[in-house]
Design a protein around this ligand. Structure first.
Ligand code: NZQ
Ligand code: ZN
Length: 392
C-alpha cells in the first residue's frame, strides 16, 4: 500500500425514516442562526413527499426557512452566485441541500461563496486554493444515488461563460451530516437511476485502473463494489422497489466517492475529464456521457494496462482465464462492460446524447485535461479520436 492520511468529516445516517428521526435535531445543533436555506432542484421533492418531511423537521427545529429552488442538473456558477447572495441577504446559518449530486455540489459551492468576499471560481475552481476560513455548514438529504457527493468535499460546477465544467474536492466542503434514506430513491426516473448507477461504476473503475497494481486492499474492495453495482442495478431495473438493491446502490455510490477506495491509489479520471467537458458544451447527462465514453476509452488503454484489465475480466465479470492470453482476457473484460451498458439500456453513441458532426468536438477535446493517472496518458488528438469513435 502507498502512504495516505484518511479523514472523513461527514457523519452519515443511513436507513428508512432517518430524516424524520434525526433531521430536526441535527439542524438545531448545526445551524449558526435561526434561518436555514432549503436548496433543491426542479421540484421532484414536492411530488414524492420528501419536501413535507423536511419542512416538518424544520418546524420542529423552530427554524425560519428560506427556499432556494431550481438547481439544475450540471449546476452553473451563476446559480452558485445566486444562492450565495440569497444566503448572505437572509443571514442564513445553515444550508440544507435536498436532492442528487447537482443539488449537493451547488450547495457546497454556495457554502463557500457565502463566506468569501472574492470570486470563488477564480480562487478555488480555476485552480486549487486553500480554504483557511469556515464555509457555511451544510447538511444534505440524498434523493438520488450515483455521484457519492454526500460524503466528500467535491463539487462539480459549470462555468457557462468559460465553457468549463470542473470539480474540486475540498475536505472543508464535506457536509456536516448526510442523511440517506434509500426509499427516497424509489421515485427517481428509471433512466436517471441507471445513469446514476453507471456513474458509481465509473467512479470505481476510474480508481481501479490506476497504480498500484500489486495486491492491495483498495482494489479488493473495488472488485466487490463493482460486482455489487452490476448485480444491484440489474435487480433495481427489474423491480425499482427492491429495497435490497436500492439500499445497496445507495451505499455503493457513497463508498465509491467517500475516499476510502482511493487510499493508496493514483486514480485516473480521464474519462470524467472528457465527460465533464462534453457536458460543458452540450449539457449532456453525466452518467450517460460516461457510459458512451468508457468502452471506447478503455479500448484505447487496454493494451497498456492489459494485466489489470485481465484481472477485471476474471474478478468482476467472471470470465474464465484458461487457454486465454492476458491481452485476450483484457479485451474480453472491456467488451463485457460494453455489453452490460447495452443490456441495461444506456446509450452507446454520442448521437443519442444529441452530439453530431456539427458539435465542436475538436474544441471540446482540446479543452480536456490530460491527466497522468492511467496506463496511458491521453493527448488531445487521441481524445478527439475517441469522441469521433463515440459517434459511430
Ligand atoms: O431536480 P429534481 O426535480 O430534483 O430532479 C432530479 C433531476 O432531474 C431527479 N431526481 C433526483 N432525486 C429524485 C429525482 N426525481 C425523482 N425522485 C427523486 N428522489 O434526477 C435528475 C438528476 O439529478 P442530478 O442531481 O442532476 O443527478 P446526479 O445525482 O447524477 O448529479 C449529477 C451532477 O453531479 C456531478 C455531475 O457532473 C453532475 O453535475 N458529479 C458530482 C460528483 C461529486 N461531487 O463527487 C462526482 C461525479 O463524478 C459527478 O461529476
Ligand atoms: Zn461521476
Amino acid at each position: 500500500m502507498n502512504n495516505f492520511i484518511f479523514e472523513n468529516a461527514t457523519k452519515t445516517i443511513f436507513g428508512p425514516g432517518c430524516v424524520k428521526e434525526y433531521l430536526s435535531c441535527l439542524v438545531k445543533k448545526t445551524a449558526q442562526t435561526d434561518t436555514v436555506m432549503l436548496a433543491y432542484g426542479g421540484g421532484s421533492i414536492k411530488k414524492n413527499g420528501v419536501y413535507e418531511e423536511v419542512m416538518a423537521a424544520m418546524q420542529r427545529a423552530g427554524k425560519t426557512v428560506v427556499e432556494f429552488p431550481g438547481i439544475m442538473s450540471n449546476p452553473t456558477y451563476a446559480k452558485v452566485q445566486e444562492g450565495a447572495k440569497l444566503a448572505r441577504e437572509n443571514n442564513v446559518g445553515l444550508i440544507l441541500g435536498v436532492g442528487g449530486g447537482s443539488v449537493m455540489d451547488c450547495c457546497k459551492a454556495i457554502s463557500l461563496a457565502a463566506a468569501y468576499e472574492g470570486d470563488i471560481w477564480a480562487d478555488f475552481w480555476a485552480r486549487p486554493g486553500v480554504i483557511d476560513f469556515e464555509p457555511l455548514p451544510l447538511i444534505v438529504v440524498v434523493t438520488a444515488a450515483g455521484t457519492g457527493s454526500e460524503m466528500n468535499g467535491g463539487a462539480v460546477i459549470t462555468n457557462e461563460a468559460l465553457r468549463v465544467k470542473t470539480g474540486r474536492d475540498y475536505p472543508k466542503l464535506n457536509p456536516k451530516f448526510a442523511l440517506l434514506d434509500p426509499t427516497y430513491t424509489y421515485s427517481v426516473p428509471k433512466r436517471q437511476m441507471i445513469s446514476g448507477g453507471f456513474d458509481t461504476l465509473s467512479h470505481i473503475m476510474e480508481t481501479y485502473f490506476s497504480a498500484p497494481d500489486e495486491p492491495n486492499v483498495s482494489d479488493d474492495i473495488m472488485e466487490a463494489l463493482m460486482r455489487g453495482v452490476i448485480r444491484d442495478l440489474r435487480a433495481a431495473i427489474k423491480n425499482p422497489k427492491d429495497y435490497t438493491a436500492r439500499s445497496n446502490l445507495m451505499w455503493e455510490s457513497t463508498m465509491a466517492e467517500n475516499r476510502i477506495i482511493k487510499l493508496g491509489k493514483k486514480c485516473d479520471f480521464e474519462c470524467h475529464q472528457m465527460e465533464h467537458q462534453l457536458g460543458a458544451y452540450t449539457n449532456c447527462n453525466h452518467g450517460e456521457g460516461l457510459a458512451v465514453l468508457h468502452p471506447v476509452y478503455y479500448r484505447h488503454i487496454c493494451e497498456a494496462g492489459a494485466k489489470k484489465f485481465a484481472r477485471f475480466a476474471t474478478e468482476v465479470w467472471g470470465i474464465q482465464s484458461e487457454g486465454r492470453s492476458e491481452l485476450e482476457l483484457a479485451r474480453m473484460g472491456v467488451e463485457a462492460l460494453a455489453d452490460f451498458i447495452k443490456q441495461i439500456g444506456l446509450p452507446t453513441s454520442l448521437r443519442e446524447l444529441g452530439v453530431d458532426e456539427s458539435t465542436e468536438l475538436k474544441a471540446i477535446a482540446n479543452s480536456c485535461a490530460c491527466v497522468p493517472g492511467a496506463y496511458k496518458v491521453m493527448t488531445h488528438e487521441e481524445i478527439l479520436e475517441i469522441f469521433r469513435e463515440c459517434l459511430l
